[in-house]
Design a protein around this ligand. Structure first.
Ligand code: XIL
Length: 384
């Protein structure tokens, strides 16, 4: 049996011969491209990681994260309910492993999140009889939580999502127990406590659907108020839980520019692209939304048709085109998950669907969308 060189190697050999190169050594297989390498000099590129990745259980996932990314965000491990499930009871086991994982791989380690209305146990807002606590009590609890958590990882967690999703769709402050019990200054207090706990940490405001004009205006007003109060807001996180057709690239562009104009860093903090049929009218990422499962909402349980795969690749190229154009303003782009298998989009807002929102498939193999991101970086690279 004659062994023929693969087509690519044959072409390379032909090219070398044409160029007068007689060197015959085998051409080593190119190392798989890495997002971190392709985007180095433009911005950091991160992934939200779950316990499987940082506990060592998911070795393939951990290896993929180490090879591809230079920043991590904890998908759930640093939320209030994970860290501080009961009054006076902290549990740092998972969080410690998360931070150690990020350090071991030399990553920019993000903390997510200190103040949110979701994944915060009800005891936080209640006294022992179940009634709402006073402002003073809730401020004291907030201060204790932030000083304890940020203080524990002082100098190790480089940036914190201090306040998450405080603005409602109409731009007003969202009606949450934080607002009704503490009042409008709770974001100011949260940032002050975080700064007190770690003066060197970058402190961020993080939210979704900021491409919607009323909500964007509300978030801009909030950041302005914080800056006017002397609060050190280092950056704003645009979550970017996107769809194939939403938001328009032009609106992402406008949104990045609008926040950058405030003089703060802009980060894309939770990027994914939902390819499944819309199950709820709202765009965005309200984690409390839920819709009933119906077969027509889960059209591709076995595999993504090639046409949609290509559409996803084009969408990622478009989004990275925008991020790369703003590379002086965007400091990090983080994906919300690593592979399609572990994406929250398989269960939100409908449980048990098969979604395909990320760059790596269920086996951790790069998808055409991955190649599209690398190509977008290559095309922009002469500039960074
Ligand atoms: C999601 C996680 O991915 C899920 O595992 C969890 O059940 C709910 O929260 N906005 C945020 C993230 O800021 O913390 C949310 O993460 C997704 C929406």
């Amino acid at each position: 049996m004659t062994r023929r060189p693969p087509v690519a190697a044959a072409c390379l050999a032909a090219l070398a011969a044409a160029a007068g190169c007689t060197h015959r050594a085998a051409v080593p297989a190119p190392a798989p491209a890495s997002l971190a390498a392709a985007l180095r000099g433009a911005f950091l590129v991160g992934a939200a990681v779950n316990e499987g990745v940082f506990s060592g259980r998911d070795t393939a996932g951990a290896a993929l994260v180490a090879a591809q990314f230079n920043s991590v965000t904890p998908e759930n491990a640093l939320k209030w309910e994970s860290l501080h499930p009961g009054r006076g009871r902290y549990d740092f086991a998972a969080a410690d492993r998360y931070v150690a994982f990020g350090e071991r791989h030399g990553m920019f380690v993000v903390g997510h999140t200190l103040v949110w209305h979701n994944q915060t146990p009800s005891w936080v807002f209640e006294d022992t009889t179940g009634h709402p606590v006073s402002r003073d009590t809730l401020v004291a609890r907030l201060r204790d939580h932030i000083l304890t958590v940020v203080g524990r990882y002082r100098g190790r967690v480089a940036g914190w999502d201090v306040v998450n999703e405080a603005v409602a769709d109409d731009g007003s402050l969202r009606r949450t127990p934080w607002l009704s019990i503490v009042g409008e200054d709770y974001p100011v207090l949260a940032f002050r406590f975080a700064h007190e706990a770690d003066p060197a940490a970058q402190l961020y405001y993080n939210d979704y659907s900021l491409e919607n004009a009323p909500k964007r205006a509300g978030a801009i007003a909030l950041v302005r108020r914080l800056l006017a109060a002397g609060v050190p807001v280092a950056g704003v996180g645009l979550q970017e839980h996107d769809r194939l057709d939403w938001p328009a690239a032009a609106d992402v562009d406008t949104t990045i520019a609008a926040f950058a104009a405030l003089g703060v860093k802009v980060m894309v903090t939770e990027l994914d692209v939902d390819v499944l049929p819309r199950a709820v009218r709202q765009t965005g990422a309200d984690v409390t939304l839920a819709a009933a499962a119906r077969p027509e909402l889960n059209p591709w349980p076995a595999a993504l048709p090639d046409s949609v795969q290509q559409q996803l690749a084009r969408r990622y190229a478009e989004l990275f085109g925008v991020f790369l154009r703003h590379r002086g303003q965007v400091s990090r782009v983080t994906f919300w998950g690593v592979t399609d298998r572990d994406s929250w989009k398989n269960d939100w807002p409908v449980r048990g669907r098969t979604n395909y929102p990320l760059l790596f498939d269920r086996e951790g193999r790069p998808k055409p969308a991955f190649d599209a991101v690398i190509a977008a970086a290559d095309a922009a690279r002469p500039g960074f």
